[in-house]
Design a protein around this ligand. Sequence first.
Ligand SMILES: [Zn+2]
Length: 259
Amino acid sequence: MQEPWSGLIDAHCHLCDEELLPQLDNEVAEALQIGSTGFISSALSKEEFEWIELTRLHTYHKYFRWSAGIHPYYDKSSENDFSALVKLSERKKIIALGEIGLDGRKYNTEWQKEILLKQLDLASSFDLPVIFHVVHNFYDLYKLLENNFPKVRGFLHGFNNSLDVAEHFSQFDLAFSLGCKPPKPEVVKFIIKHGFFLFETDAPYQKPKSEPSQINHLKNLDFVVEEISRISALSREKLIQMQKASFDKIFSISRNQDF
Ligand SMILES: [Zn+2]
């Protein structure tokens, strides 16, 4: 087992999701076996925020860090959780705000933009990176960032959009996080050449087509690395080294031991 946060990192997953929680020990143990050395888990409601404290008691807690946010689509997310989010930021319980963003599957665009801007303000006042969830509305987000937060830092989780969108967003200090459903090969190649990328499972969501069980597993980060290695023709070692450098550019985990 490697040192926590020393190599391959799962930049986005949901450790407190009811599908993962009952077998969390096993999930994490299997992921450590394939070389994962850290997990950034997302908490998206008051109920999920509570797990941030509880997992400090978990066997593998040194491998866990948390992001929290009000999600634009997730039903359990509510703007009433904003004050709890401020507290988590103040008390340094989270290393990023997210997942936050815009989701075109719902038509409450104005509300989404309002709550997003509020959270981007919060992130900037605590100098926290941001984890973006975006469905469809990439150009809206692009404009919103260009006009209001051109210096935003963080990453676009589960990126699988077009080359044009990737080119636009590569102007920001935002990494592309690649998951079990990566974008087209030409987009992957652009991202790898750009050099600012992370890997994620989003477990228990976004399982690869080849996964026989009902949910995605933390150990499937291995699938992501293999797939990107195949498309980019770069070795696994090289890719892990590059994602770690990207990770270090955004986060400073080692200086944040006692979270
Ligand atoms: Zn997610």
